[in-house]
Each structure stands twice: as C-alpha cells, then as structure tokens.
Write a protein that binds this ligand. Structure first.
Ligand SMILES: Nc1ncnc2c1ncn2[C@@H]1O[C@H](COP(=O)(O)OP(=O)(O)O)[C@@H](O)[C@H]1O
Ligand SMILES: [Mg+2]
Length: 317
C-alpha cells in the first residue's frame, strides 16, 4: 500500500532523512519510532506530498506522490504534528470546510461530518470555536479532518502527544479500530505506543532506519542468549555462583545489578532451558533458592541499544 524507496531529504546543509526505505502493507499499523530530531516528521511530510524529497521515491496506493500528487493525496489522510485548525471556525464548520476541499460530494458532507465527529469523540464540541478547544480536543479534531474523506492511508504524526492518559487509551483504541479498513503509519517517540498499537515498527535514528521488525521479533532478536535471574540465600553466595556456572549450557554467571548478595544473572545458550538444572544445582549444593525467573528484554533496551550504540557499518559516515 505504501512503498518508500531510498528517501533522502536535506534542508540546505542538514540531512534530515537519509536513504530511508520501508513498506507498509494494506490494513497494517506501522509505527515510526525514534527520538526527537530523528526525521519522523520530515519523512511524513514527504510521504504526504507536503514537501518534495531530495532523492528517492514514494508510492501510495499505486500512485507516485511526486508524479501524481493529486491522485496520491486523495488517498491519504494526514494528521500533522500541529493540527491545522482555523481558530474562528466551529468544529462542525471546520470539518464541513475540510470535507469540501477534500472533495466529499456535497450531498454526503453533512452526514459524513456528523459520523466522523462521533467516531473521534468531538461531537459534544461541534459548536465550539476551534481556537477554544483543549489540546485533547484539538488533536481529535485533527484526526477527524484526516478521516473526513475516508482515505485508504492515514499518516499520523505523534497522534497521542499532549493527550491525558484516558484520551491516549481512547485514541489507541480508535487507531486500532481504523486499521484493517485503513493502512496507518503513526510516529511516536514513546516506546509503549508501538508495542501496544503497532503490527510492525520502523526504528529511525539520525535520519536513518536502524531496524524494521515486529515488536515481538525486536525483543527476541536483541540477545543471542537467554538470561535468568537467580537469587539464593546470601550466606555462601560465591559457592552458589560456582555451582550455577557448572550447569551445562550456562555461559556466564554475574552478580545482578542493584541487587542483594546472592542475586545473579545467569546467561545460557539460546534455546536451551536450564531452569531445572539451575534449581537442582542450587538445592543440591545446600543453598536456599529464593527466586528463579527469566529476565525480560524490554523494547526500551532494544531501542537504547539500537540508537545509542555505535553502528559499525555507519562508522564511515
Ligand atoms: N525546516 C527545517 N529546516 C532545517 N532543518 C530542519 C527543518 N525541519 C527539521 N529539520 C531538522 O531535521 C531533523 C529531523 O527533524 P524532524 O523530522 O522534525 O524529526 P522528528 O520528527 O523525528 O523529531 C532535525 O535535525 C531537525 O532539526
Ligand atoms: Mg516530529
């Protein structure tokens, strides 16, 4: 549904996006995750035809965004970082105005506006001037204007930014409901967003794609080994550590971070379940086993490792 090929965007001397490629399948929610300044907004502006690329190609629903901008734009709904509201218009007037610009047939406009206002929970503010809306309502009116012409593709730049926790949950639910009928790209710099909302994630840092995968696979692939947290009674901790290290399949035993004596991180070969053997080794050694559990790799760990470690293949740039 969306194909981005070797996209590069420079602002004068600043390269904001460099050689970015990815695809989004029909009905999918793709998360565009990266720290501030990573190039998310820039990429989305280019995808929506709002700004030309310096290099590369974007095809949306079969239409090249640069060569067939009118065709492409008809199929895209865009929620920019700051929703483009007219402060003096009421919510209803504004949405009717946008519906007209976006080519919704005049006979359908009224019902379409009412439907979209219900869907995005702004109907109770239909008569309120846009300039007098709270941040949460402004964001949802922004979402309403992106949806008004029922586009195939939705491009949402930080759709939950500035919302309160209840609104965040509602907005995520709405986005999930919209997927399937719509193909969605949303950007965020917040990790839980992608694991809770997205089917796949593109991680971008300093204008470059550093990973594309499902949230699940990203968590799985960070480590080649499995790590267990094992805590024994602290009295003869070093003896216990030696016993753990002797268990077949164990590659490393290290004191656990910020934990009491007797707490260890035990790393084992990938795919090898050593839990039973670890428990036996502890108990047969005459130690008391207090805890034994897998340590989970969070998306946060992956994100940090992908965006803060030196990337060897990029060392030349
Ligand atoms: N209009 C502009 N002129 C010059 N540099 C810009 C402009 N817009 C963004 N940048 C720069 O491009 C980089 C990417 O910005 P942006 O796409 O806004 O990132 P993000 O949305 O991920 O925070 C940043 O270094 C930013 O300073
Ligand atoms: Mg941005």
């Amino acid at each position: 549904m969306i194909e981005v090929e070797h996209l590069t965007k420079r602002y004068g001397p600043v390269t904001a996006v460099q050689d970015v490629s990815f695809q989004v399948h029909k009905g999918e929610i793709l998360g565009f995750l990266g720290p501030n300044g990573a190039g998310k907004t820039t990429t989305m502006r280019v995808l929506t035809g709002y700004m030309p690329a310096t290099d590369g190609r974007v095809v949306v629903a079969g239409h090249d965004v640069f060569e067939q901008p009118v065709e492409a734009k008809r199929r895209i709904g865009y929620l920019p970082e700051t929703p483009p509201l007219y402060p003096d218009m009421t919510v209803r007037e504004y949405l009717q105005f946008v519906a007209k610009i976006k080519g919704v047939p005049s006979g359908d406009r009224k019902s379409r506006v009412e439907q979209v206002m219900v869907r995005t929970w702004v109907a109770d503010m239909a008569g309120r001037a846009c300039g007098k809306l709270s941040k949460g309502y402004r964001q949802r009116v922004g979402l309403a204007q992106a949806l008004i012409h029922n586009p195939d593709v939705l491009i949402l730049d930080e759709p939950t930014a500035g919302l309160d926790p209840k609104q965040i949950i509602e907005t995520r639910r709405l986005i999930k409901e919209l997927a399937g009928d719509h193909t969605i790209i949303l950007s965020t710099h917040i990790l839980p967003e992608v694991s809770q909302t997205c089917d796949r994630v593109v991680i971008i840092n300093k204008g470059r794609v550093v990973a594309v995968d499902t949230p699940h696979n990203l968590m799985g692939r960070l480590r080649g080994a499995e790590t267990m947290f094992v805590q024994v009674d602290g009295a003869r901790a070093s003896e216990a550590a030696a016993a753990l290290a002797k268990v077949p399949g164990v590659v490393r035993v290290a004191p656990a971070d910020n934990a009491a004596t007797g707490a260890f991180e035990v790393e084992s070969e990938k795919g090898r379940d050593v839990r039973r053997e670890l428990a036996k080794a502890v108990v047969l050694g005459g130690h008391d086993l207090l805890e034994l559990r897998p340590t989970r790799v969070s998306l946060e760990d992956i994100f940090l490792s992908l965006t803060t470690e030196e990337q060897p293949e990029e060392a030349a740039s």
